[in-house]
Write a protein that binds this ligand. Sequence first.
Ligand code: ZN
Length: 306
Amino acid sequence: MIERLQALERRLAGHSKQEWVTQEIGKMRAGIRGESSLDYHLHFIKEDYYKLNSIRLLGGDYYFQMDCLLVNEKRIILIEVKHMDGELHYDDSSHQLLQVKDGCKKAYPDPLLQVKRQAHQLEKGIKTHSLPYIPIEPYVVFTHPSAILSSSHPRVFPSDYLPFKLNADNDQHCKSVWTEQEQHLFIKKCEQSHAPYSYDVFQRFQLKDDDLLQGVLCDNCSTVTMDKVYGGWKCSKCESFSKDAHFTAMKDYYLLIGDTISNQELRRFLRLKSRDTARQLMIDMNIKPIGRTRNIRWDLKSKFVQ
Ligand SMILES: [Zn+2]
């Protein structure tokens, strides 16, 4: 998904909605940074766990996404990761998370309620698969190193405290409730049912095909398209030359528009005049043709599959 948004960001250079897309990418990156910085602290947990990251499951009519699950035969630790900076105040009586940053105050929904809802849905899922009851412990951890957090709730704290909390609790949890097979079955079910988060970017950002910049974009100038010259592409502004700048353009097409392309569509998107040049580019990139001579389409998926 992040790759698709990055392609969209490139293709919206100079467009009024580019900023919005950039912000979405920033949020997604913060999530990824939060989860990887949590990994460091997880090394200090004494117990053995199987870790599942960013698992998104269907619970009833809606999907729910869990940032991090630690599973063993005694319990499941469900962690909501927040990678936010500034001053953060968690107030469990008003069920709000307040962030004060750069002089601005912003309220967010209660992250503990959120992770408790996930725990409830996960519990229902476990029942459906006829697995025995297992305690699920929800936590909210804050991973940003410069965040100043105030929280008096025992389940809401900075990430470096997590191993201490879990190691202390471990002494009270000495009974296994799942067999090794049951634990494996749970993990397998989670991985099989995982539905990666994805959405139609045109719908989400209210865009039309025409909003996208067409052509092969110059790496230096970003909004400027390059012209086809012998053996590669040349920027009309900075005059830089690239042998394979069309590669990124083709990938953008694949990520944003479709997984197959016709010669005509290719010429339009790359702003090429010659049918033969377009065809030769596909052959040189080792992109497989589908169908017969007149209606031939090129299978971008075979080249760019993620
Ligand atoms: Zn340029």
